[in-house]
Write a protein that binds this ligand. Structure first.
Ligand SMILES: [Zn+2]
Length: 240
């Protein structure tokens, strides 16, 4: 049983084929969205695809355009357990922009905490400390740090957070170092397709098998055993 906890299904050039592929292979996929207003269309898109779960998102790196949609986010939130992608992106050095990102993210987190059962895929580029601090140690719900690129020290401080590992991370030296700092009981898988590429084409959920392969070598177990361990994590996280 494979899980792709962060895939932009609606952004592929061949959406109907991709949906068919996911359903045929019975991969559990979280369809993460970039802005709240797109959520209803994504719900429609996968209405007949029981393995694909639409998530409600608001991208931090487009905060000036998207901040007004936070009301829309809060309105749709009761419709789904899946949230993402949301978070902070400190590639910008503009203080006002970072402040606006934080205020939106804090509203999102507190609404999710109040609900208590959300599964949240979080973006934290150059903002690992700020994200981990806001999530806290005992967030009510499931927190998944997606494509994590903080430090190994951040990994240890992110107690009770899951990490979703994608095919790009297993290829980079820094990615592998981070993966090895993670508690294997908190590891999940993702593609972040179509943004992550595999062999020069957009990653597809079936490429999760490459990540499982990496774990099986790293953990010294069979492919089936590595797949079962990750699936057990996903089920504990509420994904299965
Ligand atoms: Zn993404």
């Amino acid at each position: 049983m494979l899980f792709d906890t962060h895939c932009h299904v609606n952004l592929y050039p061949d959406v109907p084929r991709l949906i068919r592929e996911i359903e045929e292979q019975a991969i559990e996929v979280s369809l993460v969205t970039t802005e709240p207003e797109l959520f209803p269309d994504c719900v429609q898109l996968v209405a007949h695809a029981p393995h694909i779960h639409p998530a409600l998102g608001l991208l931090p790196h487009e905060i000036h355009r998207l901040a007004p949609q936070v009301e829309c986010f809060l309105e749709f939130l009761p419709q789904t357990r899946f949230v993402g992608e949301v978070g902070l992106d400190y590639v910008t050095e503009d203080d006002a922009e970072r402040r606006l990102q934080r205020s939106v993210f804090e509203r999102i987190l507190s609404a999710c905490a109040e609900a208590g059962d959300k599964i949240i895929s979080i973006h934290s580029r150059r903002a690992a400390d700020a994200v981990i601090e806001r999530v806290g140690r005992n967030f009510p719900g499931t927190v998944i740090l997606h494509w994590f690129s903080g430090s190994p020290k951040n990994v240890t401080s992110a107690e009770n957070c899951y990490f979703s590992v994608n095919p790009a991370m297993i290829k980079s030296r820094s990615g592998k170092k981070l993966i090895r700092a993670m508690d294997p009981a908190f590891i999940l898988t993702e593609t972040d397709g179509p943004f992550v590429e595999v062999a020069g084409r957009p990653a597809r959920p079936s490429d999760i098998r490459q990540v499982i392969n990496f774990f099986s070598r790293d953990w010294g177990c069979s492919h089936a055993e590595a797949e079962a361990r990750v699936a057990a994590n996903a089920i504990r996280a509420g994904l299965g």
